[in-house]
Design a protein around this ligand. Structure first.
Ligand code: CA
Length: 237
């Protein structure tokens, strides 16, 4: 259980502890380990944020007064990046203003030091329970399956790897079954406003996807709606 390592996998829930007082950090780690959690330690706000952004943690126990970014800034940055990882803020400061700031910054719960170890574990369980259900990782259309986390597209037993842009184009088509997705929408959502990408980027990626669909023997195909856009349909044999 090396300090400040972002790496690691395993079946127990994995908690990131961000705490600059090393003795306290290790005490917390021991407490979590005895309660059945895996954990990693980070000793300042910047390192803590990098680790938290890795997305491998089920929860974060976060001190407020830290070198580098403070705890509030870490939570704010995490939420700005779209991460919903539950965060339990920990601090010696007990003023109401701090608590409000902590919760406003996006933390799920606020615990004041010194705390009872049973209280900490109960709070941690509470914030972990509150975690939102994960977004679906798999989209399906006809017999076609798009695995968003593995970046793969499958028909029957055959799978093919997609690039990030191919995945996004396919995701938009599969999320709108039976509807024409305008080229403009694909362009804006996949490439963005300022990318300088043009309509033919969409056409090129659709042609990549058509080749891959053909490769896996898919009867689901990307059809063109005149010059408007694209939609998925399942063709007869
Ligand atoms: Ca501290």
């Amino acid at each position: 259980m090396g300090p400040a390592s972002c790496a690691g996998k395993g079946s127990p829930m994995r908690i990131l502890i961000v705490e600059d007082e090393k003795r306290l950090a290790q005490t917390l780690g021991g407490l979590l380990a005895r309660a059945g959690y895996a954990y990693d330690l980070a000793y300042d706000g910047d390192q803590g944020l990098d680790c938290a952004l890795s997305g491998i943690y089920d929860g974060v126990v976060l001190d407020v007064m830290l070198p580098g970014k403070n705890g509030f800034q870490v939570v704010e940055a995490l939420r700005r990046a779209g991460r919903k990882t539950p965060v339990l803020l920990l601090t010696a400061r007990a003023e109401t203003g701090d608590k409000v700031q902590g919760l406003d910054s996006g933390a799920d719960y606020y615990l004041t030091k010194p705390f009872d170890s049973r209280e900490l574990l109960a709070c941690l369980r509470a914030v972990l329970r509150r975690q939102e259900p994960l977004a679906p990782e798999v989209l399906a259309f006809g017999g076609l399956t798009l695995n968003l986390s593995a970046c793969t597209l499958g028909w029957g037993e055959k799978w093919v790897k997609l690039s990030a842009r191919e995945l996004e184009v396919m995701r938009l088509l599969m999320a709108n079954p039976g509807h024409v997705v305008p080229k403009e929408t694909l362009l804006l959502k996949v490439w963005g406003y300022d990318s300088g990408a043009e309509d033919n980027h969409v056409e090129v990626y659709v042609s990549f996807l058509r080749k891959k669909l053909h490769h896996i023997g898919s009867r689901a195909a990307i059809s063109s709606a005149r010059r408007l856009g694209y939609f998925l349909e399942v063709k007869d044999d």
